[in-house]
Design a protein around this ligand. Sequence first.
Ligand code: GLA
Length: 388
Amino acid sequence: MVINRPPMGWNSWNTFGEDINEKVVMETADFIVENGFKEAGYEYVIIDDCWSLRERNEKGELVPDPVKFPHGMKYVSDYVHSKGLKFGMYSCAGTMTCAGYPSSYDHEFVDAKCFAEWGVDYLKYDFCFRPTTTYGHILYKRMALALANCGRDIVFAACSWGAENTKKWIKETGAHTWRSTGDINDSWQSVKMLAQDQLKVMEYNGQGCFNDMDMLIVGMNGKGNVALTGCTVEEYKTHFAFWAMMGSPLIIGCDLRSADEDSLKILKNKALIDIDQDEAYRQPFVLNAFRDFKNENDPLYEDEQLEIPVLARFLSNGDIAIGLFNFSDSDRNISATMDSLGIGECTGKTIEMTDAWTGETVRPVNATIRKNVAAHSCVVYRAKVVDL
Ligand code: GLA
């Protein structure tokens, strides 16, 4: 099985952690359908860690916790499918999940069979408590093979946080996405850190196996399992825009049922979702890059380009996505030359740029894109190449 776009959906972990149950999952599926999220592209409803009993049954199978899921998993899965959505679950490559529940090491084929029977369409596969006697890439190959032979198409979402140089071997396992960052938490610091880390591995993203920057925190507002300080609306916008610019899976992590209007609007921004899901899945490149910020030996590694990255991405219809991001703590004048976009002076061409947040259209002046971008903020354009 292959997938041709970064998955979009919702996952229980960021907000609910251990307090997950069928009511939350089913009501979230309802919300996704009734409030335009399905139409916007959100598709997978995913139950993360803590869904099972602490022991397997006598057949060696994982058992859904009957208090959290009194009707079993097939029931929840059928409900999600009845809404035209897809159903996701979670397990782990080690001997226990990260939260200490039984996990799939040495049970890969039994578990894959169970997931198939329950109608699972997506499996997030974590990396805690892995036996030291074997390598990470073998553990992911085991489950990939079990899933590929379970009789159902199941997206395999690897979650080894980039450990053991995941980027070098993940594609050979058959995983469809790989977590290219550590865990997110609901704070600006976390967004900034994950974004800057991603700049160093973005070239590994692409069709077939997408870099996954972790679930979104938009709308958490300091509440829930991975909550910390929360973010301002502007910071949530920058977070969402950066994930979209990078072509990451967009997996919502807030409680949609009680999220504020600003957050719901951010999560449904069509211009950004279109960039995220652009069918070419090309990677962004850094405009006006003077230094090799991917090279950790470069003495200027922690410099401007990590603080105010200016990114462009060539889209499938010839348009260009351009993102001016300000991760620094002060307002900054950010600029980029047309030349660095590939539009030289003698071409007779320029670009017409439509702001993804406001819908306003502007053209560069003097062959330079220039904008004052507030601290923690961003501007993202979709640019069309036009005659001067
Ligand atoms: C790890 C993962 C998280 C989440 C938790 C669950 O930390 O990276 O995304 O799934 O485990 O315990």
